[in-house]
Design a protein around this ligand. Structure first.
Ligand code: 4NP
Length: 158
């Protein structure tokens, strides 16, 4: 079982979006049984809350259901439990590296390292902006998710 954790600041916009996008991609490839997916925030502001309604709506337009997801904060156990801890931006990555046990630090990467159609290496925080920001987040994450799946298939015999 390969385990992937998506990480942003609040776990209500970008990382639940990434979780939903990646789950859908896995289902489309019939690979949902071999890969476990979760998301978490670096901060505790939105624990147990559903995703931001703008993220839910933007995802729903692409037939991705985020309504069952709930916010949680990343924990030290996550470094043991997951093979990939994928940060949405440099702040998130730095935060995760600051708490990572040294032998697990190599698992912490930027999600956009796996993108091929975007040169940006950070998924911009859409929280303070308009609804179009959520569509752009989806575009970027959908691209990176395909690259991530390719990476997993290369590294693991699933
Ligand atoms: P996220 O977006 O990290 O993509 O979930 C944010 C959500 C909440 C806040 C900031 C960013 N906040 O400051 O509460």
């Amino acid at each position: 079982m390969v385990k992937v954790l998506f990480v942003c600041l609040g776990n209500i916009c970008r990382s639940p979006t990434a979780e939903g996008v990646f789950r859908k991609l896995l289902a489309e490839h019939g690979m949902d049984s071999g890969i476990e997916v979760d998301s978490a925030g670096t901060h505790a502001y939105h624990i147990d809350e559903p995703p931001d309604h703008r993220a839910v709506q933007a995802a729903a337009y692409r037939e991705i259901d985020l309504t069952q997801l709930r916010g949680r904060q990343a924990t030290l156990e996550d470094f043991d439990n997951f093979d990939y801890l994928l940060a949405m931006d440099e702040d998130n990555r730095r935060h995760m590296l600051s708490i990572a046990p040294a032998d697990h630090a190599h698992k912490v990467r930027l999600l956009m390292e796996f993108a091929s159609g975007f040169s940006e290496r950070e998924v911009p925080d859409p929280y303070w902006g308009g609804t179009s920001g959520f569509d752009r987040v989806l575009d970027m994450i959908e691209d990176a998710a395909r690259g991530l799946l390719d990476d997993i298939r290369t590294r693991y015999p699933l």
